[in-house]
Design a protein. Sequence first.
Length: 112
Amino acid sequence: MSDPRIDTAHRMIALYNAQDADGYVEHMTDTACEATYRGAVLRDGREGVRSGLKAMFAQFPQNRADILASWRLGDTVVLHETVSRAPDGEQFDVMSIYSFSGDKVDRVEFIR
C-alpha cells in the first residue's frame, strides 16, 4: 500500500538524483529549510534550498542518494540513505527527517 508522505519523500530523492533542484523544491513550503538534526540551518527558504542544491550539484555532478529504508509516523517521514559524491568516491549514510505542513515538506533534517 502506498503512503502519500513517503511517496513525496521518494519523489524528492528521485529529483535530487536527477539534479533537478527546481522540481525538488516544488514539494516544499515557501518557508522550508534543510538543517542538521537539532542544529544549524543549512539552506533557508525554498529559494535557499534551490540555490544551495544547484551549487552542490555543480560541485558534485555525480552525487546520488539511494534509499535503504523508509518510515512514517504522523506528519514525519524518515529515510535511511546512502549518499555518494561520485561512483568510486566518498560514501556515507544519512538519516533524513522530513517534516510536513499539509502536503508539502516544511523542514528536512539530516543525521550523518
